[in-house]
Design a protein around this ligand. Structure first.
Ligand code: ATR
Length: 441
């Protein structure tokens, strides 16, 4: 009986589950050997009333084609609907597909001279798109539906789909931001879940300001268990949460949300993650003199966590002085400085939180020189791509230890998983395994 149940669940379980077509990593599908993307029209590419493809959809199709992929349209709808939508796209299209359509996939395989395992079905419905793909031995990606104004029949089906997703224990977690496509978070959490025997899936969700509240409601409705928030929504997300931790309130930003019992709980693990990195490097924090370059989104979390650890003093240097001032006045032992005043001398820990030097602008640095820096000063750059920034190179030339942001990324992620799964993850051997498997330095 249990086996039968597992078998049934397997039939309805997608290979991947993402928020929208824009969150699909087309390049990684290509690397997996996929040559043809079969995209459902209604509620996947277009809202049910949309007659012509949105510009973003056209760009998405062009991008897939530029990677050498074929894109096929599929729909249960009439030829009229499909032809109208396909008029400018001029793609190969399958109408009245009455998915699950094993026959349709054979037709597509023949048309493009590919094997079934080289096709990927993308759709919003488990009972048609995903089931059909699984039946045909085709990879499948489930996306969240674009419209919510659906008829009662579809709504009922969605309810059952929701139950299946819950039962199949695809506990879903997510990164919400703009941009997100190149984030290493899915890889990071994937490795953690594999090593810790957790059945969960981490997806990416590209958002814009208008959709942020809608995304939170969608997550609740679809049983998403938690999500990370990144630039530029770490502050704006707070208005949609039912509870925000004291630390996150003091910092003013949230990077982790747990969804439980239909309520959203917000936390911030950036600062604590940074402290864990310092501790794992055995960098002394107490009473130390700290200089921070940058007053962007990451700075308040780092300043707050450092003050909790009893640092001696913190000076924040920023190009836009007012931003440094705004942060400095909120925390103890903290002063704001103009970037032009920066001197690298008389400092135990130097931290770069600016984006200067981030890929692809790897020849940038927030300061021209580190003259006067002591070789005892330890530099932390929160950038992890490239693994050695120009600033790190400058510090190393002066005999200083210099660390990038990889460990911060890992620790804030492990701490997020601790909140979601209510168990301990932060141990050094796991961090080392993650570093090795991510192929980062
Ligand atoms: P965030 O989204 O994290 O807030 P951001 O707005 O790009 O990121 O700002 C990050 C920090 O990098 C800011 O302190 C920014 O300085 P300003 O406040 O003056 O804009 C800083 N920054 C970015 N590029 C810089 C550069 N080339 N030189 C110096 N500081 C830079």
């Amino acid at each position: 009986m249990i086996l039968l149940y597992v078998e049934i669940l397997k039939r309805f379980t997608p290979t991947e589950y993402v928020n929208s077509i824009y969150d699909i990593d087309i390049l990684s599908l290509k690397n997996k050997g996929i040559k043809v993307l079969v995209a459902d029209i209604d509620n996947t590419l277009a809202k049910t009333k949309e007659r012509i493809p949105a510009e973003a959809v056209v760009r998405w199709i062009e991008k897939a084609k530029s990677y050498g992929m074929h894109v096929v349209l599929s729909s249960n709808n009439s030829q009229k609907r499909v032809s109208e939508y396909n008029k400018s796209l001029k793609l190969f299209a399958v109408h009245r597909a009455y998915k699950p359509f094993k026959y349709g996939f054979s037709k597509i395989a023949k048309k493009f001279n590919v094997q079934k395992h080289e096709i990927c079905m993308i759709g919003d419905q488990i009972f048609t798109d995903i089931w059909g793909a699984n039946k045909a031995g085709v990879m499948s990606v489930l996306v969240m539906p674009l419209s919510t104004d659906e008829g009662i029949g579809i709504r009922l089906k969605r309810y059952v789909e929701h139950l299946i997703l819950k039962k199949s224990k695809i506990n879903t977690y997510c990164l919400v931001g703009n941009p997100v496509a190149h984030s290493k978070s899915p890889m990071l959490h994937g490795i953690i879940y594999k090593h810790c025997g957790i059945k969960a899936h981490y997806m990416l969700c590209f958002a814009d300001n208008e959709r942020l509240g809608g995304i939170v409601s969608q997550f609740k409705a679809f049983g998403v268990k938690g999500f990370n928030i990144t630039v530029p929504f770490k502050h704006d997300i707070m208005q949609y949460l039912d509870y925000v931790s004291d630390d996150a309130t003091r910092i003013g930003t949230v990077n982790v949300v747990k969804i439980s019992g239909g309520k959203c709980y917000g936390y911030n693990t950036d600062g604590e993650g940074f402290i864990m990195q310092l501790k794992s490097d055995k960098t002394k924090i107490e009473n130390s003199k700290i200089k921070i370059i940058g007053a962007g989104g990451a700075t308040p979390a780092i300043v707050y966590a450092l003050t909790k650890e009893g640092v001696g003093s913190i000076a924040i240097y920023n190009r836009t002085f007012e931003k440094a001032e705004e942060i400095a006045k909120r925390f103890q032992s903290c002063e704001a400085k103009r970037l032009e005043e920066f001197e690298a001398s008389d400092c135990d820990i130097l931290i770069n939180t600016t984006s200067a030097g981030l890929f692809p602008n790897t020849e940038n640095s927030p300061v021209d020189n580190l003259d006067g820096i002591s070789p005892q000063t330890v530099l932390y750059d929160i950038i992890y791509n490239p693994s050695e920034t120009k600033l790190m190179r400058m510090a190393r030339k002066k005999g200083c230890k210099a660390h990038n942001g990889v460990k911060l990324l890992i620790y804030q992620g492990l701490l997020a998983d601790e909140i979601w799964f209510e168990r301990k993850f932060t141990d050094e051997s796991l961090v080392q395994k993650i570093i090795n498997e991510m192929g980062v330095e």
